[in-house]
Design a protein around this ligand. Sequence first.
Ligand code: PMP
Length: 366
Amino acid sequence: MSLDSLIANTIRQDVRSDHIYHVPDASGFVKLDAMENPYVLPSHLHLELANRIASVALNRYPVASYDTIKQRIRAKLGVPQGYDVMLGNGSDELIAIMAQACALQPAEGRRAVMMAPAPSFVMFQRSAMVAGMDFVGVPLKADLTLDLPAMLAAIGQHQPALVFLAYPNNPTGNLFDAGDIEKVINALGDKGLCVVDEAYEPFAQQSFMGRLPEFPNLIVMRTLSKLGLAGIRLGYMSCAPALLEQFDKIRPPYNVNVLTQAAAEFCLDHLDVLNEQAALLRQQRGELSAKLAKLPGVNVFPSAANFILIRVPNADQVHSKLLERKVLIKNVGRMHNVLANCLRITVSTPEENAIMLDGLTAALAS
Ligand code: PMP
């Protein structure tokens, strides 16, 4: 039996022609490519957490209601009264669940459509493909703001079931205008859901969470990843209870494991520590932006996230020069026309920022 024909006979064509999501090996690098928080917990908290984890019953499935952790999230993260949350193995899983829930509309006789501005977080489009949705990316304007007339026209034309707006957007780092987002939500009405993806909320401090009661078709999604817990993989989302119930039918029952649950509960009890780290990073974002703006030939875009987008004369060259110096940033220059020669840099500690700045200065001079 040939493995090639076995795969051709069994695996979907669109999956066969796709590629695996590439994550570069970063060992030994100053890692500024993935918007991680560079700070760890203070050592006394690490020890306490280790004790807590040691007492977790690994032989048991997680308690499927996830009540304790959901209660902490609702109480501490601004979820409005009467609104529940759904947890995911990172917000990546929640995106996939929403895509699966909206994918098929057989009564309409067509594939359902997901829409997002372009460029935006790549997992939106990937999840659409896997779920069997069509994806429509609406280009941002040259200044990287939302093209509202184009969005509204595309909504009218394609009638998307699901629109994702990252707030702030990745990889551009900017916050779209809140009034424009409202207009998108209203234009969708009862024909489409609008997910405001607030992965970077700790750095933007602007949110639609409190506005859930105003918009029945609004879903607010967040993650603990950027707050300093990328390794535990915990995302959450909230929306009208009857809608959340539909997504919950697709969620695998034990999707958040006991170790993640224990670590997240512990960290939410010490949210002040993570919030202080976010405040430090917001301050460092300002300092780093100012230093980047002084480099000849560098154009710095405004950021409300924990990363900064810059444009340089030759992004490929600068990126590889930085790699030679063991500094890993993200070259997004070929992702979309509006990002030509752009690089995305995670804001880190003053020490790591300085190493990156030295490397960048040298790369620009060569
Ligand atoms: N949304 C956006 C806008 C992101 O940039 C990211 C991570 N890069 C995610 C969601 C995924 O976060 P998580 O780690 O929770 O899967």
